[in-house]
Structure formats: C-alpha cells, structure tokens
Ligand binder design. Structure first.
Ligand SMILES: O=C(O)C(=O)C[C@]1(C(=O)O)C=C[C@@H](O)C=C1
Length: 419
C-alpha cells in the first residue's frame, strides 16, 4: 500500500460538485439531493429500470460498453462487443470483481492504523491510500478525481448506523460499488509504562466508545470519555502529545504505528463486532445475477411514513429480502404541519428512508418492485447494486489483526508515511 497524500486530505471545497459522470437518480416531482442529471448510458439504464415496469429479462447491454468500469476489468465487454454483433446479455460479461484492480487510489477517513484503512486494504489489496480528515473529504476526493474509490463505514453490529455517511450518500453523487464487512477488535492503548489505574480519560471515535461501553464500565476505570474523529487519530494524539493520563480505544496496528502499549485486548462488548463499509465510485457497477448482489435505495414521500407499508409490500410480494432499513431526517423538508381548527397543529417529522435488499438491479423482480415503489414515493434514488461481501466468518482477534497489520507494515515500511 502506498500513501499518496502527504498527510490527511482536508476539507477544501464548499458544496459538493457534481461529477461529469452519470447518476442513477430516479427522481419524481421532488429533487432532494445535489445530483445533476448529466448525460449517461447509466442514467438512462437506471431510469428505464426504475421508471416503468420492465418486462425484458436482459438489460439494454450495448449501452453498457461505454459506462464500464475499466479499472475493474470490465473493458473486456468492449472487446466482446466489437467481435460479436449479437446484443450482449448480462452473462457475456466477466464476473463482477469483489476486489478491484491494482493501484486504485482509495480514500478513507482517518489516519494509518484506522479500521477504515484495514477495510480499504481488504476491499482493494493493492491500493494507494488517500487518508482524509473527514468523511466528506473522502467523498470529494473521489468526485474531484483525487481518488478512484472511497471506503466508508456505514454501520456497526454493536454501535449501529454511522448517520453522517447516510446523509453524505444523499448529498453526493457517488455510487455504492461494493461492501466490506470487517471484524473490529479494539484494544486499550497507552504510552509505555502507563498503568490503567492512573488513567483519567479514554479517547476514541464515538463508535469505538459505543462498542466498548459495557467493558469500560466493567473495568471500573474512573475516566471521562472523549470523542475524536477516528480511533487511530486518538492513538496518534496521545503519542504526539505525550499524554500519560489518557488511553485510546484503537487497533493493535495503531499501537504498533504510534509506539503505544496494549493495556487491554478485546475491549469490544461482543466478540463478533463487525463494521460494514461501503465502497464508492464515480460510476455505478454493471449489475449481475451470477453472484449474490445487494441493492441500496433511498426514498421519500410527501405523506410521510404512511406509505412505508406499501413500499415494503412491493418487496415482500416478490420475495426480496430486506437487510436494512434506516430513516434520517428529510433535510429539505424536516417538518410537515397539519392544521386542525379544533385541536391545533400537528407537527409531523419527515424522513428519508434507506433500504438495502438482497437482489440485483439486473433482476426483473427488482425492476418491477422499484417501478411499484416509484408510484408511492416523491423521490427515489438507487444508491448502488453491488456484490455482497460473502467472505467466511472469522471473529476478530488481536492475533489475526496483528497478522494483517504485519502484512500492511511490509507495505508501510516502504510507502506509508509514519508519524
Ligand atoms: O475510527 C476508525 O478507526 C474508523 O475507521 C472509523 C470507525 C467508524 O466510523 O465506525 C470504523 C470502524 C469502527 O466501527 C470504529 C470506527
């Protein structure tokens, strides 16, 4: 792995710039995000898929050859197209890669030693790291072609959703092209020689603190909790400022990098602690049916939650399993007032609903379900259709984390900017 940014990329730009690429935004009356609707084969493909009932089994594939992800090896499709005048079908294309090609520049939030760095490495083993100080900067790095991908946490099995990234997905125009599930094994780190009894403060990312709350209480430490932007940044801060009364909740790799000692190993409240990350790109992936796919959508409706049942039944009727539902405030219209002369004014909160389901946009049942959903919603956008992470389950352990950290260190010694 090579770090191509001298230090963390910082927030440099005001509002997000739409890229020149296409967006699979399916919008009805209301435009609720910053996505433009620039020309694109993909836009028309997705718009077709979601704006009317699609009965054909195959996608209009000749369109696909232009919008292909060359980095991921899909350029073979163009060759196939040249040699063979038959319309392409989904099955003519090479398998959608789980892991991307060499030397992708991958933006993540945090510093070396962050779990996001480990997730980026799992998703794209030969990547060039672009560490960013904020989640939003990682989005911008991809939009402005400083990076090719961003790998960002979206939810954790103990701490729940990372709401900031749900909101940013809507505000920006990137596409989800993959997911990575990372076992997260936390350690309590402090400067060499520091004893637990003398700690007055524990620093970490809010998710790190949330994932270890019960264990911290059980340890009986009399410490204040301090939230910082990233677990590795907490470790870096303690080392850089020689803080002898403060510990960080971070990875074993962060201990190695910043010269800290592990006071407690396996601090997370449950051994099976997993964070799900999404991989983001400027272009969407060609959806396929030859491996398990997930699709993520976001929608809103003017009549609030009353349509939720109808939307969900569009999936249930087609036997499509939902894996996640999240609701966030609808920032365009946070409150709907309903006046009743007799009893006063009801204030209803308005939401954006995010849904993940286990099926591919290339399946007719999904296209039909989305056509139905569109009837009940004022805004609908497909965030991405991408291969599910099917790596076999291996619970997190410090040993396994250290093993992978050694692997990273061998890259790190050559390329990684150590503090
Ligand atoms: O702080 C880090 O190391 C991160 O990569 C961020 C983050 C998060 O945002 O959830 C990622 C994984 C863990 O769940 C804890 C923190």
């Amino acid at each position: 792995m090579k770090v191509i940014a001298p230090s963390h990329l910082k927030l440099m730009f005001g509002s997000s710039q739409p890229t020149s690429r296409s967006y699979p935004c399916v919008q009805n009356a209301q435009r609720s995000d910053s996505c433009g609707t620039s020309r694109s084969e993909w836009r028309s493909t997705f718009a077709t898929l979601t704006s009317k009932v699609v009965t054909q089994k195959t996608l209009p594939m000749p369109q696909v050859s232009v919008g292909i992800d060359h980095v991921n090896g899909h350029n073979r499709a163009a060759r196939v197209l040249g040699m063979n005048q038959k319309p392409l079908s989904v099955n003519d294309l090479p398998p959608a890669p789980m892991h991307g090609g060499a030397n992708l520049r991958v933006a993540y939030q945090g510093a070396p030693g962050a779990y996001s760095e480990a997730a980026a490495c799992k998703a794209y083993p030969n990547y060039e790291a672009v560490p960013c100080d904020q989640f939003e900067v990682a989005f911008q790095a991809v939009e402005l072609w400083i990076a090719d991908r961003a790998v960002l946490p979206i939810e954790n099995s103990l701490g729940g959703s990372i709401h900031r990234n749900y909101d940013l997905l809507l505000r920006h125009c990137l596409h989800i092209v993959g997911e990575v599930q990372l076992p997260v094994h936390h350690c309590l780190l402090a400067l060499p020689g520091v004893r637990k009894e003398f700690l007055t403060c524990v620093m970490s990312h809010p998710q790190g603190l949330a994932q270890c709350e019960r264990t911290l209480t059980k340890l009986g430490l009399n410490v204040t909790r301090k939230a910082v932007d990233n677990t590795a940044i907490a470790a870096e801060h303690i080392a850089a400022n020689n803080l002898r009364d403060t510990a960080a909740i971070a990875s074993a790799r962060a201990a190695d990098i910043y010269g800290l000692e592990i006071l407690e190993d396996g601090l997370q409240d449950d051994a099976s602690n997993v964070t799900r990350f999404v991989m983001l790109a400027r272009d969407p992936l060609v959806p396929r049916t030859d491996r398990p796919f997930k699709t993520s959508i976001v929608f809103a409706h003017e009549k609030g939650t009353s349509v939720l049942y109808k939307v969900l039944s569009a999936f249930a009727a087609r036997d499509i399993s939902l894996t996640k539902i999240e609701s966030r405030p609808n920032h365009n219209r946070p409150i709907r007032l309903v006046d009743d002369a007799n009893v006063g004014t009801a204030k209803h909160f308005e939401y954006m609903f995010y849904i993940d389901f286990e099926a591919s946009m290339a399946e007719a049942r999904v296209q039909n379900a989305l056509s139905e959903v569109r009837k009940f919603t004022s805004f609908l956008r497909v965030l991405g259709s991408y291969p599910m992470d099917m790596t076999p389950w291996s619970p997190s352990s410090s040993t396994s984390h250290k093993a992978s950290s050694k692997m990273n260190h061998s890259y790190g010694n050559v390329n990684m900017a150590k503090p």
